[in-house]
Design a protein around this ligand. Structure first.
Ligand code: TMP
Ligand code: ASP
Length: 238
């Protein structure tokens, strides 16, 4: 598949056209950003680590009944994907309270939530990705009521697949963000990526953070943490 012109550049990936109008190539970048790109860095090899981790997790999710945009990983940093219209809603699932949840609502850090909490955020850098409820999303025509219901169901299903998987490799899946797109027939597919840039992983034994919080909080060892996540994921998913 030929990589043709670049059609989009986001904070973590570039998208390229291919010979087939229904297919794109997503190239994972080495850029690290946090706090709506107020904090930026480069970490050589980070794109390849995320591309490898995300491909394995998307395959696991697909095998467990959730359709994704991934066709295949082409090389270290490139995924061949189905073209979708991205729904501009970041769907966050939380199992343990931390991050913006504890800041906004005063819930204690590290508390196990009684059920997986699903939240919507408006994907809009200029506004700093504000939190949304269903009525905001419908009145802004970001998605229909039916689609919102599907997004919640799919997000919970993905959590039900990933949480026990990460438990089996001694990682707590604290929370994560997913994005979805509509294909040409309006079917909703898991899109974007899943990995240490968009999840929080805590080591089940030491509690060590093995995700982008190492960058956000200046803890050091970002690449080593991502490598450790890949090592464990690959160990479990040959
Ligand atoms: P938060 O606690 O900062 O709201 O983050 C919740 C989860 O969503 C966490 O796993 C990190 C992920 N996330 C993103 O992937 N992109 C974002 O822009 C934000 C704010 C969070
Ligand atoms: N992804 C967002 C950014 O790059 C925020 C974050 O993950 O902290 O700015």
């Amino acid at each position: 598949m030929n990589k043709k012109e670049q059609i989009y550049e986001g904070k973590g990936k570039k998208l390229f056209a291919t010979d087939d109008a229904a297919t794109l190539i997503a190239e994972f970048k080495d850029d690290l950003t946090a706090f709506n790109a107020q904090k930026k860095a480069q970490e050589k090899g980070k794109g390849a680590l995320n591309a490898a981790i995300s491909a394995k997790l998307f395959r696991l999710i697909e095998l467990n009944g959730v359709s994704t945009h991934l066709i295949k990983r082409l090389d270290e940093t490139n995924h061949l994907i189905k073209k979708t219209q991205i729904i501009p809603i970041e769907v966050v699932v939380r199992n343990i309270a931390t991050g913006s949840l504890t800041k906004r609502l005063g819930i204690a850090e590290g508390v196990k939530l009684p059920f997986a909490l699903v939240e919507f955020y408006y994907k809009n850098d200029n506004l700093g990705d504000p939190i949304l409820n269903d009525e905001h999303a419908v009145l802004m025509k970001l998605a229909s009521e039916n689609e919102l219901k599907t997004l919640k169901e799919l997000a919970r299903k993905i959590n039900d697949i990933l949480r026990p998987f990460f438990e089996s490799i001694q990682l707590k899946l604290v929370d994560f963000k997913v994005e979805f797109g509509r294909d040409q027939s309006g079917r909703i597919l898991l899109a974007d990526e899943i990995g240490p840039d968009s999840c929080r992983f805590w080591d089940a034994n030491s509690g060590e953070k093995l995700d982008k919080d190492r960058f956000r909080q200046d803890l050091g060892g970002v690449k080593a943490a991502y490598e450790e996540v890949l090592r464990r994921v690959e160990g479990a998913l040959k």
